[in-house]
Design a protein around this ligand. Structure first.
Ligand SMILES: Nc1ncnc2c1ncn2[C@@H]1O[C@H](COP(=O)(O)OP(=O)(O)O)[C@@H](O)[C@H]1O
Ligand SMILES: [Mg+2]
Length: 253
């Protein structure tokens, strides 16, 4: 068994009186792609955000490459170099060009020279098919192109793992495939990934493991063919059948 890159142990998170994560246990191993599916409000984003301390968990542990990210002495910038995040809303800087967006953290956090940062950024942009747009302003790009730049910005830092929070949910339908292809290539190159997604085709075809969350808990997890083909829990079955019926009705229009 390969070693775990991410270990989440009995993680709890509340907002006021509401417990939104109710004791999450999850390990993600090197080179694994784990998809997290589940209804809106089930705690998927909160879980990812607690894994790089964008949110503070109230109890439990998160270890990234065996280091406790909640330890008092943790250097947040260094920790976040190891755990990349890609969001639904790309979070690129509109006033600087594509290359500048990708080199920023390489310069400021990794303290690389301009030449080194540019070389690494251009390699990352080439991996997502965006090197030809290096000098474009991000506001001139389509949503799909912006998201590919967001992914390049993440991989340029050579993180140990990348967490994706609904990376294609804000995209026009014709842009979704290009971003999912980039993610699939990334997985094939050996990147360890956690992907919160509503793209059930991607979760089923590309994941090593699928996790179904509901109401702040992991209800069920397993191989994609198990979770999609023979769900053990009625809540998983009902969620999946709702999705299948939805896409059938959309296609039928
Ligand atoms: N900053 C916040 N303050 C209060 N409640 C929040 C906050 N962020 C999320 N929540 C609540 O936490 C629950 C889980 O939200 P979230 O993690 O965004 O779910 P998901 O990503 O699965 O849709 C929801 O009930 C949501 O309303
Ligand atoms: Mg969410």
């Amino acid at each position: 068994m390969k070693k775990p890159v991410l270990q989440i142990k009995n993680l709890c998170k509340n907002y006021g009186d509401t417990l939104v994560l109710k004791g999450i246990d999850l390990n993600v191993h090197q080179g694994e792609l784990v998809s997290i599916i589940g209804p809106s409000g089930s705690g998927k984003s909160t879980l990812l955000r607690c894994c790089n301390r964008m949110e503070q968990a109230c109890s439990g542990e998160v270890l990234v490459e065996s280091k406790d990210i909640y330890a008092a002495k943790v250097d947040l910038n260094k920790m976040r170099e190891r755990i990349g995040m890609v969001f639904q809303s790309f979070n690129l800087y509109p006033h600087i060009d594509v290359l500048g967006n990708v080199t920023l953290a390489l310069r400021k956090v990794k303290k690389l020279s301009a030449e080194q940062a540019k070389r690494i950024a251009m390699e990352a942009l080439a991996r997502v098919g965006m090197d030809h747009k290096a000098s474009a302003r991000t506001s001139e790009l389509s949503g799909g192109q912006q998201q590919r730049v967001g992914i390049a910005r993440s991989i340029a830092l050579s993180p140990g793992i990348i967490l994706f929070d609904e990376p294609t949910s804000a995209l026009d339908p014709e842009m979704v495939g290009g971003v999912l292809n980039v993610m699939q290539e990334l997985r094939e190159s050996g990147m360890t990934m956690v992907v919160v997604t509503h793209e059930m085709g991607f979760a089923r075809e590309v994941s090593d493991r699928v996790v179904f969350m509901d109401q702040g808990s992991i209800v069920e997890q397993g191989l994609p063919e198990q979770v999609f083909g023979a769900p053990q829990h009625p809540r998983t079955a009902s969620f999946i059948s709702r999705y299948v019926n939805q896409s059938a009705s959309v296609e039928g229009v």
